[in-house]
Design a binder for this molecule. Structure first.
Ligand SMILES: OC[C@@H]1[C@@H](O)[C@H](O)[C@@H](O)c2[nH]c(CCc3ccccc3)c[n+]21
Length: 485
């Protein structure tokens, strides 16, 4: 069979808003996403599903059970999220911190002193801090690896109120990442978590897919993410502030811990239909993937210019991979071609003959290999595949999706890419943002009425590979891409 290194991690990734709620007492109504998915206008217009996260899998109370299942599936690592809004459900603006700026007014340094931490400790929700310690310790006490992720799209309502943005406009409402103050408040929150829980994680991650927050919230607003406010200016401000938030958080984490600090990013392979369009595909991929990561590694990018204060602010890179995008030249820009990648018919077959999942995403495992190679050659940082999976309620595609993508990881490893682990998205079915419970990504099926968990066949495939850290010969027939026509 195909062997992985003996210390290679197999595991799962999780986020607070999507997994925690489900049983009474776990509700967290103090976020932009909460008000967004409960908004009657958003539901009536079908911008959001009408499902509610408070009917989710209930990880807040059922975490021991899910950790038991993860252990049973041979998992030895996890990325687990902390919800900022649970820690600080009220504004932290009044806590004083030192902020330094460069000659153009960019925030180049934030220091959270002991005095500020004590003030934050008086405001913080201690029950939430203690409950996260219980959840994270339960995983650690099983001898498992732990990555704490500090931000996964939800913002405290006092920082971002998307309904007020829609009604009053971006300049007269709490504007989230468009507002520079969010950078400072984020760093206060990060410093506080490092101070309170810094003994627990093996690795830190500042944020999950910042590019999704600014591109879907302010540009591709039909997907239905808050605030659904079309503005390129707002998108570019949000991007700049997310880059700075990562870098200033990186520095403050280093003051409390010597553990590696990374970021998780969605690395979608952008491919031209015709080779003569390769230049626009590369330009599209640069804008979607490499621009942000260049900003925080080489300190220089098209969107941020030259920013020495941002360079070398990344110790490891989390790669989320699901599918590709196929693009073609369109005037002096490009457009996405329907029928390929993320732009397919749910449950259909792509124009390349590949099976497509319940979300209409084409199975394209080769793209994972390409992005692993591209990111390794560009940044030479240790990589963890922090999300990979497919929306597939009846598990018709997931077994082969799993085998083909794990094969591509093995192939990149065999060519010298420093990949430390593979975290599947997801362990159990969960709340898929504006799609609600319609999209099921779990290796494990959840009955959201009873909260009971059921193993899908691909959970057993995962267990075979994870527990032996090998793709056995008997599975090799499933590792090559599936072409249906
Ligand atoms: O859609 C599945 C998962 C989400 O549940 C995770 O929270 C998020 O990290 C995540 N990112 C992606 C890939 C990029 C994407 C984002 C939004 C919508 C469609 C694709 C897929 N997923």
């Amino acid at each position: 069979g195909l062997k992985y290194p003996k210390e290679f991690i197999f595991g799962f990734s999780e986020s607070g808003f999507q997994f925690e709620m489900g049983l009474p007492g776990s509700e967290d109504p103090n976020t932009d996403w909460w008000v967004w998915v409960h908004d009657p206008e958003n539901i009536a217009s079908t911008l959001v599903s009408g499902d509610f996260p408070e009917n989710g899998p209930g990880y807040w109370h059922l975490y021991r059970q899910d950790h038991d299942i993860a252990e049973r599936l041979g998992m030895d690592g996890a990325r687990i999220g902390i919800e900022w809004s649970r820690i600080f459900s009220k504004p932290t603006f009044d806590v004083k911190v030192d902020v330094a700026r460069d000659e153009r007014g960019n925030i180049v340094y934030i220091d959270v002193a002991e005095k500020a931490l004590e003030e934050l400790d008086r405001i913080a929700n201690k029950d939430a801090v203690n409950h996260y310690r219980e959840i994270l310790s339960d995983w650690k006490n099983r001898g498992k690896k732990l990555i704490i992720n500090l931000y996964h799209w939800t913002l405290p309502l006092w920082l971002h109120d998307p309904i007020k943005v829609r009604k009053l406009g971006i300049d007269r409402a709490p504007a989230g990442w468009v507002d520079e103050r969010t950078v400072i408040e984020f760093v206060k929150y990060v410093a506080y978590i490092a101070w309170k829980l810094g003994d627990l994680p093996d690795l830190w991650c500042t944020m999950n897919e910042p590019n999704v927050v600014y591109s879907i919230g302010y540009i591709n607003i039909k997907i239905g993410y808050p605030p659904g406010y079309l503005s390129f200016e707002a998108a570019s401000k949000a991007m700049k502030h997310l880059v700075e938030a990562h870098a200033r958080a990186y520095e403050v984490l280093k003051r409390f811990t010597n553990k590696p600090v990374g970021i998780i990013y969605v690395t979608t392979y952008h491919e031209p239909l015709k080779e003569s369009d390769r230049d626009v595909a590369e330009a599209a991929m640069y804008q979607a993937v490499f621009d942000f990561l260049d900003s925080i590694t080489i300190g220089r990018s098209m969107s941020i210019g030259e920013r020495k204060d941002l360079e070398k602010h990344l110790d490891w890179l989390g790669i989320n991979y699901y599918s590709r995008l196929v693009v073609e030249r369109y005037g002096n820009a490009w457009r996405v071609l329907p029928g390929y990648g993320f732009a397919c018919i749910p449950g259909g077959t792509s124009l390349a003959g590949r099976p497509c999942n319940d979300a209409g995403w084409e199975t394209y495992p080769e793209g994972l290999y390409i992005m692993l190679k591209r990111c390794w050659e560009r940044y030479r940082l240790p990589i963890i595949v922090t999300e990979n999976g497919t929306a597939d309620a009846i598990d018709r595609l997931r077994p082969r999706y799993l085998a083909t993508h794990l094969y591509q990881v093995w192939k990149a490893l065999s060519e010298g890419v420093d990949i430390r682990g593979y975290l599947h998205w997801a362990l159990v079915d969960n709340y898929e943002w504006s799609s609600g419970f319609r999209m099921r990504f779990g290796l494990v099926h959840v009955d959201f009425e009873t909260k009971k968990r059921y193993l899908r066949p691909s959970a057993l495939l995962f267990r075979e590979i994870a527990s032996s850290k090998e793709i056995p010969d008997e599975f090799m027939h499933m590792t090559q891409p599936q072409i249906l026509i």
